[in-house]
Design a protein. Structure first.
Length: 76
């Protein structure tokens, strides 16, 4: 039997309309958040940004948490 004989590849389904009708779209990437973050542009003093970045990775998340606490406390 020739290795290119289509008879030896019977385990592959035919790519016909019935095959494609049973397919589901794939979900790629992260799941959608219920409350997604909003991108904003804010201008800060250079010293402030230098200090915040100097605290290491995750500094934006920490700033967001600190601002959230201030809002919850009614301080801003």
């Amino acid at each position: 039997m020739d290795k290119f004989d289509p008879g030896i590849h019977d385990d592959n389904p035919p790519l016909d309309a019935a095959f494609f009708a049973g397919m589901k779209p794939s979900r790629r990437g992260r799941p959608k958040l219920e409350t997604p973050k909003v991108e904003v542009k804010i201008r800060l003093d250079a010293k402030t940004v230098e200090h915040l970045r100097g605290t290491g990775p995750g500094w934006q998340t920490r700033v967001n948490a600190a601002l959230g606490e201030l809002v919850t406390e009614g301080r801003i």
